[in-house]
Design a protein around this ligand. Structure first.
Ligand code: BG6
Length: 494
């Protein structure tokens, strides 16, 4: 049974809290998964009280969840929510917060502090919590949750980590990468380690290369300031895509303990061949979307977006070629790619197998047999598919590609698809670290991209462009090791 706790959200009026945290907590409450006696404290600067705040939350949930909102569950949920008025810039706020948390009737001594704030605020808030002993665990547990990006580059991440770990123990820190809460991402782990069939093939002897793609049709929306300072490599690859890579490439852990799983993921990151500055151009490619079209709609280019400096060279597209120098993966290229304003919105992993060693069908009507692919769809389509060749019925020797589908996606009866945050918030309350990043994991992930960031930071006078609504710039094909390799843009048979 879950222990009761007080779940305090800093930055509760912000985008993440409105679109993810509060809806996820509501869904967990509606499904009866939250612990008895949980209290949700929302810290904000706006001059609201419990009543006005609950009305706001009610409105957001109606907007997001609509007809599926259960009125009885909703009122139960709203009663658990309290508004705490305070400016985090003022140390006084933390003194008052401590008093509020310690003297309110029925509040548990177990605490989650969720920093739904710009990363620049993490150190200060964590420190103020510690100054007021809200990190002390004599009476109950204390957990601090932070969101990526964990730092701006390797050095900054180290400073942040050092500072957080002065105030909180590693066992108290929950570093969220919401991709780890996605259903199919967790299924990669199950698919690999609950089935024997693939294991003998899962290595350099049979795999030609791996591609991990995340593409979005959306642009930067209202995040110009954040995005222009971050760029695609920091925003997606350093975190989400490298996490997917660790799951594809890791060795089976000895058991399902958080530490055992994270040890294996760290080994993968540590084994990624470092990219020296002189090899950055051979391993990494960046570009920015220009004006384009989506159907009959004109789409502005990145430089036309509100809030973007006219000469910005921030990348909205980034692609990387990595190698993992271990026995399983040596010399198998792993291509990672992400972009905004692309032709489609998908996340998927495609694994291309090598050709059979003997070209047995070369003399027949089949000139070249396409290779096998294994496709792991993460979103929107959640699927596991293997592409194989079968003989076409009839006279003569012809083949076609068929897909074996092991899709696991189904919509539950209530029509609600589990959101990554629901699973992860529950893990925080349970104290399960297995889907959260450990300090050394963050360090090694930054080490992979840091040399690229350094080179790109000084080469600021030119960036390739691609038309909005396209699959990205053709020039990125230069990353491929062989002519037979090309970006795979769809889960359907090509
Ligand atoms: C976030 C990035 O971490 O992930 C966004 O900051 C990106 O730029 C988002 O759009 C993608 O997440 P999802 O769950 O929508 O695929």
């Amino acid at each position: 049974m879950l222990e009761p706790c007080v779940f305090t959200i800093f930055g509760s009026t912000g985008h993440l809290s409105r679109t993810k945290l509060l809806p996820s907590l509501y869904h967990l409450e509606a499904e009866g998964r939250l612990p008895e006696g949980i209290v949700i404290v929302c810290v904000g600067r706006r001059p609201w009280n419990n009543e006005t705040w609950r009305k706001e939350v009610n409105r957001w949930l109606e907007e997001r969840i609509g007809a599926r909102l259960d009125n009885q569950r909703l009122s139960q949920f709203l009663e658990k929510i309290h508004y705490f008025l305070g400016d985090i810039e003022s140390p006084e706020t933390f003194v008052k917060l401590k008093e509020f948390l310690e003297t309110s009737q029925g509040f548990s001594d177990n605490h989650v502090f969720y920093l739904s704030l710009p990363p620049a605020e993490y150190k200060m808030v964590a420190h103020q919590l510690a100054v007021n002993d809200l990190n002390q665990e004599e009476a109950g547990w204390r957990r601090l949750v932070i969101e990526k990006p964990f730092g701006y580059d390797l050095e900054d991440a180290q400073t942040l980590d050092y500072s957080l770990r002065k105030d909180f123990g590693e066992h108290q820190l929950f570093r969220i990468d919401h991709y780890l809460g996605k259903e199919t991402v967790q299924n990669v782990f199950v698919f690999r380690f609950a089935n024997l069939m693939m294991e003998p093939l899962w290595n350099r002897n049979y795999i030609d290369h791996v591609q991990i793609t995340h593409s979005e049709m959306a642009g930067i929306e209202d995040r110009a300031e954040f995005y222009d300072g971050a760029g695609a490599l920091r925003d997606m690859i350093q975190s989400h895509l490298l996490q997917l890579l660790t799951l594809v490439a890791m060795e089976p852990p000895p058991n399902l303990d958080a530490e055992s799983i994270r040890d294996e993921k760290v080994k993968v990151l540590k084994s990624i061949r470092p990219i020296p500055k002189s090899a950055v151009h051979a391993h990494a490619f960046r570009a920015q979307y220009g004006r384009g079209r989506n159907g009959d709609r004109n789409i502005p280019g990145y430089l036309d977006e509100a809030g973007i400096p006219k000469h910005s060279t921030t990348e909205t597209y980034a692609a990387l070629k990595l190698y993992i120098d271990n026995w399983r993966w040596r010399n198998v290229p792993i291509y990672l790619r992400t972009g905004k304003r692309m032709a489609g919105s998908h996340s998927f992993i495609s694994i291309r197998f090598k050709h059979p060693p003997q070209q047995l069908f070369r003399e027949t009507q089949i000139e070249e047999i396409p290779p096998n692919w294994l496709l792991l769809g993460i979103q929107p389509e959640q699927c596991i598919r293997a592409e194989m060749q079968v003989r076409e019925p009839g006279i003569g020797m012809r083949t076609r590609t068929t897909q074996l589908d092991a899709s696991t996606c189904y919509l539950p009866e209530n029509g609600h698809q589990l959101d990554a945050y629901e699973a992860l918030l529950l893990d925080v309350i349970e104290g399960d670290h297995s889907q959260f990043l450990r300090s050394d994991e963050v360090h090694w992930a930054w080490s992979v991209v840091d040399p690229i960031l350094k080179v790109w930071a000084v080469e600021r006078d030119f960036i390739h462009t691609y038309p909005a609504g396209s699959w990205g710039p053709l020039e990125s094909n230069r990353l491929f090791e062989k002519e037979s390799q090309a970006w795979r843009n769809t889960l359907a048979s090509e």
